[in-house]
Design a protein around this ligand. Sequence first.
Ligand code: BT5
Length: 275
Amino acid sequence: MATDSRSTMDPVTPAAIRTGFRPGCLGREIYYFDSLESTNRLLRQAASRGAREGTVILAEEQTAGRGRLNRTWESRPGVGVYLSLLLRPRVGSGGTYLFTFLPAVATARALRAVSGLPVFIQWPNDVMLRGKKIAGILSEVRTIDGQAHEIVVGVGINVNHTPADLPAYLRDFATSLAIASGRCFSRSAVIRAFLTQMERGYELLRSGNTAAVLDEWKRLCPSHYGKPVVVTGGQTGPIRGSTRGIDEQGALLLETQDGGMERIAFGELRRVQGR
Ligand code: BT5
């Protein structure tokens, strides 16, 4: 149950989001729930029953919010954004990584627009502020006959969390707009900005301008090239090296200390020096 009084001060209901906002295709249908296990889970069910492209599901809190590989997304009521958005693109499945890159770009641009803070992307799906994670993306793809059929884009954003709103194990690694700036932000303004940025980027992809989205991703993700990192969570143990860009499937290229080149399709950058 959502009990935090901050929920009523800063609602994320469809009415609050639509105030002064005329959505295009994305966000024409918005469904809000006080409490859900996971917005992605519910939207995947709705998608399999034919929900329209652009459908948005929002929850005030999630009791089983999910990250990749069944990890948990901490989803406290009153302070965060927990949103899932349904896309039905017509692209070959080779390009599905773009549907993780695009929401990361849209989230970073939206948070910059709302707060002016220096939000960056960290490969593959982390949205970072001053070295700490402020948002995460979980895109789940259903492929039929080699074509991406349904993509449920899930985004969790820490907006008005104080350190006490984060579990102890995350306090050194996670942040929020409020923690970074000392101010509170309207969550519905964050959602409007995200949907606006998604609409814009999705239009670029639909018109075949993949390069524009990739360029934006690269600009917002300076650690993708020439930065010393350690990558963990892949099929082997931690790999140390220097980033050398991404390939045409969104995999990270890493020059290892012995001069070899590794292609990393899954994993995470656990240590990036600088931003
Ligand atoms: C992600 O996974 O970052 C994707 C998170 C997606 C969450 C959204 S919320 C709406 C939609 N519905 C869902 O059920 N999910 C999506 P991953 O890269 O696996 O990162 C997960 C890790 O991030 C955890 O293991 C923690 O270390 C950390 N983490 C968990 N909650 C966090 C939070 N609120 N802020 C920052 N870091 C967090």
